[in-house]
Design a protein around this ligand. Structure first.
Ligand code: PLP
Length: 405
């Protein structure tokens, strides 16, 4: 009989996609659904310089392939940006521009992981790390971070997990700031994690530093992991334009890796998948990087708006009985804990998924359940949407909580 590849069976469908599909179905049935808080993307447009470049680039002849690795001018601009803003030095040969951070993670993992390797993933987490690691034949190993610690990975927990995994451990994932918790690791805590990794017994461990949200940090400073002493060579740095420049649908990300073999491997793999990223979008990204202070001003304004939204969400959540939430320090997510509302007598709402379904079915608001992020008992609010959608959703959330309490 005709059969499908066993590789596909190793991975699961994205749960974010599943809730989006349910909300789409309800919409098709004629319901008005507020799903603005469900998606992991800014509701606002990219900087004007990006929009202008998207219009002019094709007319200027930017319609042909670039080299697989990405246009040299763009890679030089990325190096300059990383040097100026993050204090890390890369050469253009060490950068591989791809169709998004996700593709870069895929390529970075495939460059270094193989059958039987273990990957430590602090949870709650964005689950693509798990599925991509599995596609490499590797095994993701969760390392629990706790609300009491602001969902920041503790050095002791890292050391313990590294010891337990031993020689099987090949990689640690550090998503900073984090989707879905909004945790941003303060510089001194990041250094403490680097100190653990610096121990000779852990010298075989790569660090996948997913810093795609690094432009969105509120009350602490963001330090690039590769900038820490001794960490540059083992860091696989992931960044891109989706979140910081509101370019999610334009699909542009990159990997920066100082280790001589990694960029070569990622480039080789990309050459057999997508070839180069869209050349028009590469020009748009270049325009964003070249706009300098104008884009910085744009980013500062967006950050202030996001901070207000975060404060609004936290204000509403703190007034809800039975709900607690760690204050997010970065990205645009909040992860309220609704455990105390679950499994109440006479209610059939036992899990975070039941909670999300109730909210969607009866209040027409879509939120991703925490189970999608290894965070049962929570739901994720993505608050980078329009304020009116946020207000309406938080009203519905409050009503739903009232019904359950
Ligand atoms: N890393 C994290 C933590 C994310 O949340 C996302 C997107 O949601 C990505 C990477 C991938 O971003 P993109 O492929 O849009 O650049």
């Amino acid at each position: 009989p005709l059969g499908l590849s066993s590789t596909i069976e190793r991975i699961s469908e994205s749960k974010t996609a599943a809730i989006q599909a349910l909300s789409q179905k309800l919409k098709e049935e004629g319901h008005k659904i507020n799903d603005a808080l469900c998606v992991g993307e800014p509701g606002y447009a990219p900087p004007p310089e990006v929009l202008a470049a998207l219009r002019t680039a094709p007319r200027e002849g930017h319609t042909k392939y670039s080299v697989v690795q990405g246009d040299l001018e763009l890679r030089k601009a990325i190096c300059e940006d990383l040097r100026c803003r993050k204090g890390v030095d890369y050469t253009p040969e060490q950068i591989v521009v791809s169709c998004g951070g996700k593709q870069s993670i895929y390529q970075a993992m495939h460059a270094v992981l193989g059958d039987g390797d273990e990957v430590l993933v602090p949870t709650p987490c964005w689950v693509s790390y798990h599925d991509i690691a599995r596609l490499c034949g590797a095994t993701p190993v969760p390392v629990v971070t706790r609300g009491e610690d602001g969902y920041v990975l503790q050095p002791g927990a890292l050391a313990e997990a590294l010891h337990a995994s031993g020689s099987l451990c090949r990689m640690v994932v550090l998503c900073n700031p984090c989707n879905p918790t909004g945790a941003a690791i303060p510089p001194e805590q990041l250094e403490a994690l680097a100190e653990v990794l610096e121990r000779p017994e852990f010298s075989h461990v790569w660090v996948l530093a997913d810093e795609i949200y690094e432009r969105i940090v509120y009350d602490t400073e963001h330090v690039c992991f590769a900038a820490l002493r001794g960490m540059r060579r083992r860091t696989l740095l992931i960044n891109g334009f989706s979140k910081g420049y509101a370019m999610t649908g334009l699909r542009l990300g990159y990997l920066a890796a100082a280790h001589e073999g990694v960029a070569v491997a990622a480039n080789k793999l990309q050459g057999q998948i997508t070839s180069c990223a869209s050349v028009v979008v590469q020009r748009a990204a270049l325009a964003a990087l070249r706009a300098g202070p104008a884009v910085d001003e744009w980013a500062t304004k967006r950050l202030e708006e996001l901070r207000q939204k975060r404060d609004f969400v936290m204000g509403r959540l703190s007034a809800m009985e039975g709900v607690s939430c760690v204050t997010p320090q970065g990205a645009f997510y909040a992860l309220p804990d609704v455990t105390r509302l679950l499994a109440r007598r006479g209610s059939s709402v036992d899990t975070s998924e039941d909670f999300s379904c109730l909210l969607l079915r009866d209040y027409k608001v879509a939120l991703v359940p925490g189970s999608a992020f290894h965070a049962e008992g929570t739901v994720r609010i993505s608050y980078a949407c329009k304020m009116e959608d946020l207000e309406a959703a938080m009203d519905a959330f409050a009503k739903c909580v009232n019904e359950l309490k």
